[in-house]
Ligand binder design. Structure first.
Ligand SMILES: [Zn+2]
Length: 244
């Protein structure tokens, strides 16, 4: 082995002392006066996806490279056997949501955690996989202080482009476990003048394309994929507006 020359030793010593550390993130237009009182930005929403692929391995590859639309990722991927993979740190912006919005949130990637569920888009979700999801949601909501009702479908925020996690996803079971929302229906008559489109919008749906918004609502609350509102929808929407 060759002996290190003194100049190399000086460089190594300087690195050890921090001279080779990356510069702190700062704007050269302003004087850097760092405060210790800060933390990573926190997400406020969790978006659930179905991979719509045939295996975990295929999805692990896709989520670390690209699909037909370009580079994609998600924070987590859960296999059908319940195994959880993390691909992106919670504090980072994963590329899972794409264009769309939810309520007043217009950049969903910036404010959310994305969870992919291994599912080909046409299969039931195994109990083991749902249990693994519920445990992860509990961890994320507790640790990151995300409101438990703020768990939505990819289809909810992008109804013109997406249908995942699809009509077979057990939203009611998830709500019974404490995540997302489920309507508490009553026999009370609807108030006169009840506006279902306003209710859809207040719940969070973008309604620029009303048929697409109804389809996403049906996927989530009725397990169907039709595009016209009926009386049952009005009862569900009214119940949702009554919930905290
Ligand atoms: Zn998706």
């Amino acid at each position: 082995m060759q002996r290190a020359r003194p100049s190399c030793l000086i460089v190594l010593l300087a690195c050890a002392l921090g001279a080779c550390m990356p510069l702190p993130p700062r704007n050269p237009l302003a004087t850097w006066v760092p405060s210790p009182n800060h933390e990573p930005r926190r997400p406020v929403l969790i978006v659930l996806h179905a991979t719509e692929q045939d295996s975990v391995q295929e999805s692990l590859d896709t989520l670390r490279s690209r699909n037909g639309g370009g580079p994609v990722s998600a924070h987590y991927l859960i296999g059908r056997d319940g195994h959880r993979f993390q691909l992106v740190a919670d504090s980072e912006r994963a590329w899972h949501a794409g264009a769309g919005r939810w309520g007043t949130i217009t950049d969903v990637n910036n404010t959310s955690i994305g969870i992919e569920l291994d599912n080909d888009g046409a299969s039931e979700y195994p109990e083991t996989q749902v249990r693994a999801l519920v445990a992860l949601l509990g961890d994320l909501c507790d640790r990151l202080d995300i409101p438990r009702r703020q768990v939505i479908a990819h289809a909810d925020m992008a109804p013109t482009r997406k249908v995942d996690p699809g009509k077979l996803f057990p939203w009611r079971q998830l709500a019974e476990a404490g995540f997302g929302v489920w309507p508490a229906l009553t026999d009370e008559p609807l108030p006169s003048g009840f506006d279902p489109w306003l209710a859809l919008r207040l719940f969070g749906y973008p309604i620029d394309d009303r048929a697409a918004a109804v389809r996403a609502f049906h996927l989530r609350f009725r397990g169907i994929d039709t595009e016209a509102l009926d009386d049952e929808d009005l009862r569900i929407l009214h119940a949702l507006t009554q919930q905290p």
